[in-house]
Design a protein around this ligand. Structure first.
Ligand SMILES: [Zn+2]
Length: 306
């Protein structure tokens, strides 16, 4: 039974949220042991965009339109000591999130859907474990990667086989700063330079942006900076994967349909000895035991008309 859909509460982070976000600044980039919550934001699909000029070329979907993400076979799941996730439904034809080509970009931490799906996002790009590429190749679980230029530039190639599986690469700044402490010009260079590097390396321009730590997400200044660099939405999260379990913003500590989950490319040094694949296996187990499947975030988002 899924009563969660009936009682979804949303904390809207406006001016007060911007202050609160600073207190949560360890949620993205910490060592996995923190007890902080992630910032809240309004549900996607409800934000209205106003019109003003801005550039932006969305990344094209690498998967067949309308097809559900493929899933690894039973043997693959057994190899990783996992029970298979429920297969994801076909992506909605009418996307719950519709992005505009210009104007204010929406900020969201979940997607409005009744599908019993969640979305996995993996940030920064520090750990480049070949075993994780093997795992995703076999399990075919969709992820979205928010990459930080200075963290990935020593090995852009690591992420290419993950991208080749249909996973999208998204913008997460050049140096992973606290954005609200920067001038508008510096914000812009952090986002625009990451956008340029990722576009050059991976062949498509990121459509989505995530500020490090979720900081500044709801400030007009950051929204404007994002608009000037091309991404057409700011994406936060509802749950944050640590080492073996998730931190939930919801008091009932349960996944809800459409939740976006934050994880990181991390290795034993950050995970108290656990590996990236062990962390990811635990994440999948937590999702599986709650009866959810994993869908591709970009399959629920309509890119702006070109
Ligand atoms: Zn980060």
């Amino acid at each position: 039974m899924n009563r969660d859909g009936l009682s979804r509460t949303r904390t809207r982070a406006y001016a007060a949220g911007a202050v609160a976000l600073l207190a949560f600044a360890t949620a993205c980039g910490d060592n996995g042991g923190g007890g902080s919550a992630a910032p809240a934001a309004s549900t996607a699909g409800t934000a209205a965009a106003t019109q003003s000029p801005a550039g932006g070329t969305p990344g094209a979907a690498a998967t067949t339109p309308g097809a559900a993400p493929a899933q690894g076979d039973a043997a693959a799941w057994a190899k990783w000591n996992l029970k298979p996730l429920a297969p994801a439904p076909a992506p909605p034809a009418d996307k719950p999130v519709k992005l505009e080509r210009t104007g204010t970009v929406p900020v969201f931490s979940d997607v409005k859907t009744t599908d019993k799906v969640v979305f996995i996002t993996i940030d920064d790009g520090a750990e480049k474990d070949p075993k994780f590429v093997e795992m995703l190749t076999e399990l075919k679980v969709p992820i979205s990667m928010f990459l930080t230029k200075d963290i990935v530039k020593n090995d852009y190639g690591y992420f290419k086989p993950l991208q080749a599986l249909g996973n999208h690469i998204q913008n997460h700044t050049v140096t992973h700063p606290v954005m609200s402490k920067l001038s508008a010009d510096k914000q812009k260079s952090e986002i625009c330079e990451d956008q340029a590097a990722l576009t050059q390396q991976y062949g498509t321009a990121p459509l989505l942006f995530r500020p490090p730590f979720g900081d500044g997400a709801n400030t007009p200044m950051l929204n404007t900076s994002v608009q000037q660099c091309g991404p057409r939405a700011i994406v936060l999260w509802r749950e944050s994967m640590q080492i073996h379990d998730m931190q939930y913003q919801a008091g009932d500590k349960k996944l809800k349909p459409g939740d976006i989950i934050l994880a990181h490319f991390r290795g034993p040094k950050e995970l108290k000895g656990a590996t990236m694949t062990q962390m990811f296996a635990d994440l999948l187990a937590r999702i599986q035991e709650q009866g959810f499947s994993v869908a591709r975030l970009e399959d629920y988002i309509q890119a702006p008309p070109s």
